[in-house]
Design a protein around this ligand. Structure first.
Ligand code: PAF
Length: 282
């Protein structure tokens, strides 16, 4: 695996692949890799000639400086994991390389960036869109892979790709779960083994809600989920939403809604904030 910190050296190397019309698959990450990330690399590997992974803890998407400071930085062990699944190129730039001057550009994704995660993390999706645009311009991949766990991020990136006409296919990748159902996340490293068991209730709640979709109203499901979590004192539910899976708008009549639905949860287990979702086709 080749490792680059420098944008122009990476571009030079990628140009050779582009000139041979080889397909480049790209997996952007912030490191602290787990099996979920590796599944994206494996999928990219199966569908392209060359796989590029970026590891960059992007300061512009953190609205809490403490979170940014605490974010795990594990470049060596991450690189080892990437090698183990055959990643070809790792791009791990420094802040000075990505942001030689403070960026001023602002995006507006309307409702998509103000609901759910957007409500709790103002400015977050602007920072994500900014860094992903930069990375797309640098890597110029054919396909880019995003985990469905960050569903709202995936939808923002789809919108970004459409609005800026990036010639890139955005691939939504399945959530990878622990055996008990807990969605894999870099944040799980901060949970005790007891908390990991407790956190599996988030997935249980999503499954319970999915079962009710065909027979109950949004309000009924909402109140069942609230009751479910009120009985688990170690979990604090931040939100549960049933929404259209493409727009994240609320759904007036569940049974009449013909588009896929998204069931989304954010909850705290101790001081660790977890998110999860189910994508339900009709
Ligand atoms: O999902 C992530 O890890 C980040 O938000 C991303 C897409 C790499 C942008 O920094």
């Amino acid at each position: 695996m080749q490792i680059f910190q420098n944008i122009s050296k990476l571009r030079e190397t990628l140009l050779a692949f582009q000139q041979k019309s080889q397909k480049i698959g790209f997996v952007p990450t912030m490191g602290a890799l787990h099996q979920g990330h590796l599944s994206l690399i494996k999928q990219a590997k199966a569908e392209n000639d060359v796989v590029v992974c970026s590891i960059y803890v992007n300061p512009t998407q953190f609205n809490n400086p403490d979170d940014l400071a605490k974010y795990p930085r594990l470049l060596e062990s991450d690189a080892e994991m990437l090698r183990s699944v055959g990643c070809d190129i790792l791009f791990a730039p420094a802040d000075t390389e990505m942001y030689p001057n403070p960026a001023k550009i602002k995006f507006d994704f309307g409702f998509l960036e103000t609901t759910m995660e957007g409500k709790f993390r103002p400015g977050h999706f602007n920072g994500v869109a900014l860094v992903v645009s930069k990375l797309f311009h640098i890597v110029m991949p054919h396909k880019a892979y995003f985990g469905q766990k960050d569903l709202q991020q995936y939808l923002v990136i789809k919108q970004l790709t459409n609005d800026l006409s990036f010639p890139i296919e955005i691939v939504r990748c399945q959530i990878v779960r622990e055996e008990n159902g807990l969605a894999m996340s870099s944040r799980n490293k901060r949970l005790s083994s007891e908390q990991i068991q407790i956190a599996s209730n988030i997935y249980k709640a999503l499954q319970m809600a999915e079962k009710m979709l065909k027979t109950h109203t949004s309000e009924q499901i909402q109140s069942q989920i609230e009751i479910f979590f009120s009985e688990i004192k170690e979990i604090e539910l931040e939100y549960f939403e049933i929404a259209d899976a493409y727009t994240l708008e609320g759904i007036a009549d569940l049974q009449k809604h013909s588009q896929p639905k998204a069931l989304c949860i954010a909850a705290f287990v101790g001081d660790v904030r977890l998110i999860d979702n189910l994508w339900v086709e009709n």
